[in-house]
Write a protein of this length. Structure first.
Length: 178
């Protein structure tokens, strides 16, 4: 995906600058240390600029959601969820974020506040530990959550980050519109 957007040579330089050139030979098959993920995101923002980095991170989040669904949600369960009321599916999905946060947030923790819109807080977000930004920087998480909501709840779902630790907020806050 990144190769298609910026080319093979820039991708190599990005991974080398992040200290992650060992991943150029092939995608990891096991969970990656969150510090490595943070280093890659930090390098993306610095070398590609905020707009390109945001688009790349959001697209990577969507792909991550698709992989999570394929690996961890059996097809019979997906079919069952499709027949449940959307508010119930939303609660189940958000509960899974709170209980199984390491897949999406590493050592961070999610807290959901139900309402319209739904708010999802992420404390101790490992993707922006020492970042300072004028705009929210957690497009990877937003893309992942949005794709999961679109796949499991409604294709009209949208997720936006309204507060970010990188901008000085105490936590990253995402609004989920269903």
């Amino acid at each position: 995906m990144l190769d298609e957007r910026v080319g093979e040579a820039p991708v190599r330089r990005l991974f080398e600058a992040a200290g992650l050139s060992r991943y150029l030979a092939g995608a990891p098959t096991t969970p990656v240390d969150e510090r490595e993920v943070a280093a890659l995101h930090r390098t993306l923002r610095r070398q590609l600029g905020p707009d390109c980095a945001r688009a790349v991170a959001r697209a990577a989040g969507r792909r991550t959601a698709d992989r999570l669904l394929a690996r961890h949600l059996p097809e019979p369960l997906r079919r069952l969820l499709a027949h449940l009321p959307r508010p119930l599916v939303a609660r189940l999905l958000l509960l899974s974020f709170e209980r199984d946060h390491w897949r999406l947030a590493g050592s961070g923790a999610f807290v959901a506040v139900y309402g319209r819109p739904i708010r999802l807080g992420l404390t101790n977000n490992p993707l922006c530990p020492d970042e300072h930004s004028k705009a929210p920087a957690c497009d990877f998480v937003a893309g992942t959550v949005e794709q999961l909501c679109r796949s499991l709840i409604t294709p009209r779902s949208s997720v936006s980050e309204i507060a970010c630790k990188a901008c000085g907020a105490p936590a990253c806050i995402f609004e989920i519109e269903l």
